[in-house]
Write a protein that binds this ligand. Sequence first.
Ligand code: ZN
Length: 284
Amino acid sequence: MRDLSRDFGACAINTATLGFQAPISAVIDAVARAGFGGIAPWRREIEGQDVSAVARQIREAGLTVPGYCRSTYIPAADRSDFRQNIESNRRAISTAAELGSQSFVMVVGSLPQGSKDIAAARAQVREACALLLEHGRASGVRIALEHLHPVYAADRSCLSLLSEALDHCDAIEGDVPEPWLGTCIDVYHVWWDPNLARDITRAGAGRRIFGLHVCDWLVPTEHPLNDRGMMGDGVIDIPAIRTMIEGAGYAGLVEAEIFSAENWWKRPMPEILATCRDRFASAV
Ligand code: ZN
């Protein structure tokens, strides 16, 4: 396992960690100044901006972009809305390419309003993955499926298991030497899974681990989305999971992604970034 206490170049900051309290140009400067190797921006910070200028600033700061967050939810009540969702994601993948992002992070969505048919939602997701894989490959951007904890199964993601994500990858892309469809593994979503070691081994064997997100699961958790913990403050054995993932061949960036509306987002960016550095060194 890599020693992150000596190499913050292997660590990245997902900009959601900083609570969107400053424009992207200031965030890029702050992340680079703190010595991190990468930054993963969100569409809300990029869309409507001069994307090529943002891309240049990121490059000149020496930062890598491990992923661009995130997809428009896929499942829709009718085909017209489904096609609109695909188009929105195609545009975002093109932006990811312009940013030089290694991957486009897909949080897939779930039941359209009024629906109880999760199987139909899953079928739409699978169809969309095949369509977006084509555009990703043509654009030079890998498609990273981020499966979410089942607490979000009704609204944010009908894709809950790493094994399900890998099943999609295998069914759609087959066994290829350099996959363009893979997974982004977030410890928050997988730490509880009794089959985690088995599925990480499978993901690594297929070269399908495109990203690693870290934060922590607080006990008690006040809010399922916006009360994520700083690494080391909760119950996830993050070093154990990172050991498995790096043991399976993952050599990409380790990315801190902390949604914390009532705690970390209320603190100044330099404090959040300094704490991330400390915790990368001691708790990841
Ligand atoms: Zn994540």
